[in-house]
Design a protein around this ligand. Structure first.
Ligand code: UD1
Length: 421
C-alpha cells in the first residue's frame, strides 16, 4: 500500500469529477443487511478500505459478501457468530454499528469497545443507554460489551442527549425489531440516516420521520432482503469543491445531491467563489481572491465536522481572519499543527480556531492525522509553493476512492510515492 502522496502546488484545476456512494451510509447498510435472512444487493458502494473492513466484520459473523465493481451482495441467510472482535473494531470504530442488527436478528451481541479515528474521545454511552431503554441487558469488561435481550426488546421513548449519528442508527435497527413503538427524539438527521431509513423500510421496517429529529419506529417481526443504491457522498463532493475553490479554475462535481450540501455551498460562496447547481451536480468557479469566512460545526443540517479541515485550508489562504468553531469532535484541530508547518497562521483556543489568512502556503513534509485531515493536507499541497509530501495516506484511502486519479483528472500534479523505495 502506498504510504505517501506527493503534491506539486500551483496548478489550476478544471473539469468534472464524479463522486461515489457515501462511505457513512454504505458502511451502515452492510451491517443493516444482517437483519434479513437472504441475499441483499447494495449498489453504488464505494471501493474504499473501510468498506472492505465492514465486509470482513459481517463475514466474521457468518454472512457471505461478494463485490462486483460497485455492487456489494450480502448473503445473510445464516449467521454463525454474534461477536465483532477487537481486531476489527480497533481498525474501524464504525464496526459498533453491528450491535443493533445483531440484537435484532439474534437477540445477542458481543462487540469490542471501539478505538478508531484520532479525533477526540468518541464515546458510545448514548448507544448503550438507548439500547438499555429497549430492554437490552448490557455488561462490559475486558474490553468487550456484551448485550443481550433474551426475552426480546420492547419499544421505548428515547431522548438522545445529542443527535449522535451512530446511536441513532443502532437504535433505529434495534427498535425495528422491538415489540411495539419506539420514538427517538433529538435523532440525527444526516442524509446518510435518511438513506438507512429508506433501506430499512424497503426490508419491511416501519419507520416514519426520516430527516426530522423525531423518528417513530413500529417494531416488525421479520425483515426481507432488498436491493438499494447508496446515496451520493456529500463529503467527498465537498472535498473536491473545496479543491476547486482553492486552486481556481472551474470544477464540476457530480453524483451528490446539492441539497445535502446547502450550508457548505453557502460558505464556499461566502468565501468569494461562484457556485452554481443543477440536478445532482455543483460547479465552483473562482477568479478573484478568497475571502475569510466564519463557520461552526454542528449536526446536520449544520456545517459538517467532516468538512472542517478542508475549510481550514481554504480560510488559511483567504484575505482576512476566519473563526472556525468545532462543536462535534473536541480534538479535531490536531490537523492544524500540520497545516501550520506549511505556513498557515492558525491559533487554537479551546474548540475555536482563529485562522489569519496568509498570501501563500509552502510545501512541506506532513502527516495525515486522520481521514479528513489527510485529504485536507493534500488540498493544501495543491496551492502550496513547491512540493508537499503527505504521509500516512492509509487514512485517506479508508474513505476516498481513487482520490489521486480523480485529482489528476482535474489537472492536479499529485502522485503516490513509496518513500522507502
Ligand atoms: C459519524 C460519522 C463521522 C462524522 C460524525 C458526525 C460514520 C462512520 N462516521 O460518526 O464521519 O464525523 O458522524 O457527523 O458515519 N457521542 C457521545 N456518546 C455517544 C455517541 C456520540 O458522547 O454514545 C459524541 C461523540 O463523542 C462526538 C459526538 O457525539 O463528540 C458526535 O458523534 P456521532 O454523531 O455519534 O458520530 P459517529 O456516529 O461516531
Amino acid at each position: 500500500m502506498p504510504e505517501s502522496i506527493l503534491v506539486t502546488g500551483g496548478r489550476r484545476l478544471s473539469g468534472s469529477v464524479t463522486v461515489g456512494g457515501a462511505k457513512n451510509s454504505g458502511l451502515k447498510l452492510i451491517a443493516a443487511a444482517l437483519l434479513a435472512p437472504g441475499v441483499t444487493t447494495i449498489r453504488n458502494m464505494p471501493d474504499i478500505a473501510d468498506v472492505d473492513t465492514m465486509s470482513d466484520v459481517v463475514a466474521g459473523l457468518g454472512a457471505r459478501v461478494h463485490r462486483e465493481a460497485h455492487t456489494l451482495v450480502v448473503d445473510a441467510t445464516e449467521l454463525s457468530s454474534y461477536e465483532a472482535p477487537y481486531e476489527m473494531v480497533a481498525k474501524m470504530r464504525a464496526s459498533i454499528i453491528v450491535l443493533g442488527p445483531l440484537l435484532a436478528r439474534l437477540g445477542r451481541a458481543r462487540v469490542a469497545m471501539p478505538g478508531g479515528c484520532n479525533i477526540g474521545s468518541r464515546k458510545i454511552d448514548l448507544h448503550l443507554r438507548g439500547l438499555a431503554q429497549l430492554g437490552v441487558e448490557i455488561t462490559s469488561g475486558h474490553g468487550y460489551i456484551d448485550a443481550a435481550a433474551p426475552a426480546g426488546m420492547r419499544g421505548a421513548h428515547i431522548i438522545l442527549d445529542f443527535p449522535s449519528v451512530g446511536a441513532t442508527e443502532n437504535l433505529l435497527m434495534a427498535g425495528s425489531a422491538a415489540s411495539g413503538t419506539t420514538v427517538i427524539e433529538n435523532a440525527a438527521r444526516e442524509p446518510e440516516i435518511q438513506d438507512l431509513i429508506a433501506f430499512l423500510n424497503s426490508m419491511g421496517a416501519r419507520i416514519e420521520g426520516a430527516g426530522t429529529s423525531t423518528v417513530t419506529v413500529e417494531g416488525v417481526s421479520e425483515f426481507h432482503p432488498t436491493d438499494h443504491s447508496v446515496v451520493g457522498d456529500r463529503i467527498e463532493a465537498g472535498t473536491f469543491l473545496v479543491a476547486g475553490a482553492l486552486a481556481g479554475g472551474s470544477v464540476t462535481v457530480r453524483g451528490a445531491d446539492p441539497a445535502h450540501l446547502e450550508l457548505v455551498l453557502s460558505k464556499i460562496a461566502a468565501a468569494g467563489v461562484d457556485v452554481s447547481t443543477g440536478p445532482g451536480e455543483v460547479t465552483v468557479r473562482r477568479d478573484g481572491p478568497l475571502r475569510a469566512v466564519d463557520l461552526a460545526t454542528l449536526p446536520y443540517p449544520g456545517f459538517p465536522t467532516d468538512m472542517q479541515p478542508q475549510f481550514m485550508v481554504l480560510t488559511s489562504v483567504a484575505e482576512g481572519t476566519s473563526v472556525i468553531t468545532e462543536n462535534v469532535f473536541e480534538s479535531r484541530f490536531m490537523f492544524a499543527d500540520e497545516l501550520t508547518r506549511m505556513g498557515a497562521d492558525v491559533t487554537i483556543e479551546g474548540h475555536r480556531a482563529l485562522v489569519r489568512g496568509v498570501s501563500s502556503l509552502s510545501g512541506a513534509p506532513v502527516k495525515s492525522p486522520d481521514l479528513r485531515g489527510g485529504a485536507a493536507l493534500v488540498l493544501a499541497g495543491l496551492v502550496a509553493e513547491g512540493q508537499t509530501v503527505v504521509g500516512d495516506v492509509h487514512h485517506i484511502l479508508r474513505g476516498y476512492e481513487a482520490f489521486v486519479p480523480k485529482l489528476t483528472a482535474l489537472g492536479a500534479d499529485v502522485t503516490f510515492i513509496d518513500p522507502d523505495a
